[in-house]
Unconditional design. Structure first.
Length: 296
């Protein structure tokens, strides 16, 4: 099954009507016959926010409305919109509105509370207007890499930019790559791995790696990883900024999958660099690679 704007619209309506309920991401993904990664990526691509971030924003917006327009107690409001404690509610509320719920109610500030997004076919078409991306389809043989790991915040939990976190791993890789046996000159990989395989953790593992021609024991401090033989779609990316990669991923999951004859296959997405002479090349390009299979 492919997720599209009508599915997301129905899900948004369900969330709005049941803000206090916990959302079971595994259950939602399973209902669409998707992996949690595919489901969360599709949601973010269409709505513009992570599922967790969207729900948190809606809960806090509802809470602000209740603080301004009712006499309900603060703890009662917290529970009614899905927060399990006064402390958690106050911390999240202050992070969004810069004041505590108590001060917010007392001062009655003039704020424009966000309404839930109205997802329509027209909006969905607007999100993808002017985007033309035709991937290359390749039956990829098994591939191997050796590199360095870094712990990064999950893109499904946080919108934090983690370029600085990755910089150290990439610099160390480039400094020590000659220690890697059977290295393929100019071939590099960047990928995010979930320890559980479900992509539900607050922190995930990023691997900056160099391609190798065979599996091997990595040098001290490094890790090895292999991609299975599989059918993949490769989308070219101008690798100048992380934002370009993010836009490409949003396009793939928000538009390309719903409108193609393919669905996402098993395995990890990854960014592939080939024939790299220098990462400082202003025209540096990469390929964003997604495992695929024909829709049934």
């Amino acid at each position: 099954m492919t997720i599209n704007y009508t599915h997301i619209r129905d899900l948004v309506d369900r969330i709005e009507a049941n803000l206090a309920e916990e959302v079971n991401i595994l259950g939602l993904a399973d209902s669409f016959v998707m992996s949690p990664w595919h489901f969360q990526r599709s949601f973010k691509s269409i709505v513009g926010d992570t599922l967790g971030g969207y729900i948190r924003g809606r809960r806090l917006t509802k809470a602000a409305d209740l603080l301004l327009n009712t006499d309900q107690g603060i703890i009662d409001i917290a529970f009614s919109v899905g927060f399990g404690s006064h402390e958690a509610f106050t911390r999240s509320f202050k992070s969004t509105f810069q004041v505590s719920p108590k001060v917010f109610r007392k001062n009655k500030p003039s704020v424009l509370l966000k309404e839930k997004p109205l997802l329509t076919a027209e909006l969905y078409e607007h999100l993808v207007k002017g985007i033309e991306q035709t991937p290359i389809f390749v039956h990829q043989p098994q591939r191997y890499l050796v590199g360095f790991e870094a712990t990064v915040p999950s893109p499904f939990i946080s919108n934090e930019n983690y370029c600085e976190i990755l910089y150290s791993s990439w610099m160390t890789l480039l400094e020590r790559q000659k220690e890697i046996s059977h290295r393929i000159e100019g071939q590099y990989y960047g990928l995010v791995v979930s320890p559980s395989g479900q992509f539900l953790e607050e922190s995930l593992t990023y691997i900056a790696g160099a391609g190798t021609s065979k599996v091997q024991d990595p040098p001290p401090g490094m890790v090895s990883y292999s991609f299975p033989e599989q059918l993949v779609a490769m989308f070219e990316v101008f690798a100048g900024t992380e934002d370009n990669v993010e836009k490409t991923v949003d396009y793939i999951y928000g538009y390309w999958f719903p409108n193609s004859e393919y669905t996402r296959g098993n395995g990890n997405d990854y960014e592939l660099f080939e024939n790299v002479i220098s990462f400082e090349d202003p025209d540096l390009r990469s390929k964003y690679v997604v495992p695929i299979e024909l829709k049934k």
